[in-house]
Ligand binder design. Sequence first.
Ligand code: ASP
Ligand code: MG
Length: 467
Amino acid sequence: MKFGGTSVGDATCIRRSARIVSEAAKQHRVTAVVSAMSGVTNRLIDAAHQAKRGDREAGKALTEALRKQHLEALDALTGSPEGKIPVQRRIEEILAEASRLYEGTALLRELTPRTLDAISSLGERLCAPIFAAALAELGARGDAIEATELIMTDSFHGGAEPLAEATRGKSQKRLGPLLKEGIVPVVTGFIGAAADGALTTLGRGGSDYSATILGAALDADEIIIWTDVDGVLTADPRLVSDARTIPEISYREAAELAYFGAKVLHPKTLRPAVPASIPVWIRNSFAPEKAGTKITAKGKSIGGGVKALTAIRDVALISVGGPGIVGVTDVVGRTFSTTAELRAEVLLISQSSSQNDICFIVAKAHSQSALAALRREFEQDLAHEVVDHITMDPEIAIVAVVGENMRGTPGVAGRTFHCLGQEGVNIIAIAQGSSETNISFVVSDHAVKQALLAAHREFGLANSQPG
Ligand code: ASP
Ligand code: MG
């Protein structure tokens, strides 16, 4: 069971989440994975950047604020000094480390990816012992464990990849005996360790991924991601008021949705669960009576084939082209080797057969560096007008229509574009993978809501979902 930042946001939330775990632990072997208290990771990272600029106060101020916040939560959650004192001591140890990291950064005015990982992981490390203490108050036995002991990764700081076999060995050896004794391991999400022992992180929002990595390593029967929404919805309810919870969807559909910015899951979350077909649930820790969404290999088919819509907004469209690139075979290859070198994930690609233009989408966070790198890569071609433009448009968004059963269902694309046309929504680029599980298109950012409303209505998504 994984609990996200809002599910451990304060003492009340932690108690509610701990109760979910302690109830489940009466009947099952449960491992808990926790995020940092909500907002903490952002604050840690902001202060790290301030320290890098030489600011010696930001880290101090944040360390103080975190001490107060975590000790207050601990106080509210624990009654007896035996429960409290060891956790207080642990919190102080972690905060002392925080102070040293911030001081070192401010002194050197240097923030390496490795140091940034050490800093950004502090929130999870502070939270896990408090959660374990909350379990103890409820009569369960919890044991806080840092995932550096369990999840082995490569050494790509800031977005490390897990090493499945090594993780399996470590996790079973360390957690197996605890689980057998009825103890609930409370593991820090987001964190792993490289072969040299250095702490790594799995990328922002990576605690979901931690949960499925561990679930797979422990051969779990199921993985439950407890969050602050009811499950996977047919569309973002802030934009589409009659969006509904989807009772069951397939790994593939959920991955498409996650990838395309339905912020319920970290995009890599489902990968570890797929080979072993472990069901992954998305449930609301604030409303545990609701069933949530179950993600399985097959999903459950509903009429029409379209299951959900999603939009991704913090993105930019880059285009590389000009008449000169016709017949130049290496432009595509060089374009994407350049983005790959930056580890800038490409979310959508479209190229017309005239080959005048290749356009693709990257996260806004990567757009400036991608643009600069492409201009360097094609410097000569630009000078000789083989490539006549490399441009970037940040005022756009991707909308995706997702559903595994639309494969082989003719007419979905037609209906989609027809209804958008009727709304007067202009389409800038289109892509459909040959897997046919999604049709995605690029629209101007201000047309997103209109596009979602039109397609939600067209495919009857407010009514078609049972449950
Ligand atoms: N605390 C980390 C973050 O905010 C990981 C997570 O919450 O999943 O990115
Ligand atoms: Mg989070």
